[in-house]
Design a protein around this ligand. Structure first.
Ligand SMILES: Nc1ncnc2c1ncn2[C@@H]1O[C@H](COP(=O)(O)OP(=O)(O)OP(=O)(O)O)[C@@H](O)[C@H]1O
Ligand SMILES: [Mg+2]
Length: 152
């Protein structure tokens, strides 16, 4: 039923939990996993969180460089997760996109014909009083396929 899984991750600790559930879906007949990280330039370069290259006063070229550096490490991390899924018999691939995380996740699910999306209830910006984070909330509301929400 859930043959093709989309696994969006922000590399928060809930990812490990989600991976364990995905392994169980393998036992239930799942075959493919696409690991997706979305780089949100607005969070990367927000003045409130200035990095070495981003934040106040950053030029477009500096911002572009920050995104490219993130993309490289994100791709490595997604690749490692995909390797773990391959190790238990999945056909696993990894991809990194740049943009609004929820919109890219929803678009990817359609484009890749995903049968289920596995997300954490929370991620790196965990605000305890909300039931869901803003990304998982939008994905649950707008997805055309079932969404498995993993609670931390
Ligand atoms: N940038 C991202 N790329 C891929 N998946 C993401 C991304 N951000 C969030 N997710 C997915 O959504 C889940 C929930 O994260 P979300 O961002 O909704 O919660 P949060 O970080 O606690 O809250 P908020 O971002 O609203 O402060 C994550 O566990 C992950 O599965
Ligand atoms: Mg978040």
């Amino acid at each position: 039923m859930f043959t093709r899984i989309l696994f969006p991750t922000d590399f928060s600790s809930v990812s490990d939990l989600a991976a364990a559930y995905i392994h169980k879906l393998r036992e239930a007949g799942a075959q493919e996993v696409l690991v997706l990280n979305v780089i949100d330039p607005s969070s990367l370069l927000a003045p409130a969180a200035p990095g070495p290259l981003g934040g106040v006063g950053a030029t477009p070229a500096m911002n572009q460089r920050a995104v490219e550096e993130w993309r490289e490490s994100a791709m490595e991390a997604c690749g490692r997760l995909a390797d773990e899924f391959s190790g238990v018999g999945f056909t696993a691939t990894a991809t990194v996109e740049v943009g609004d995380p929820a919109k890219i996740i929803l678009r990817t699910a359609r484009a890749e014909n995903s049968k289920v999306i596995v997300v954490g209830a929370h991620g790196k910006g965990h605000v305890a009083e909300f039931f869901l984070g803003s990304v998982s909330d939008e994905v649950v509301r707008k997805s055309h396929v079932p969404v498995l929400v993993i609670k931390p």
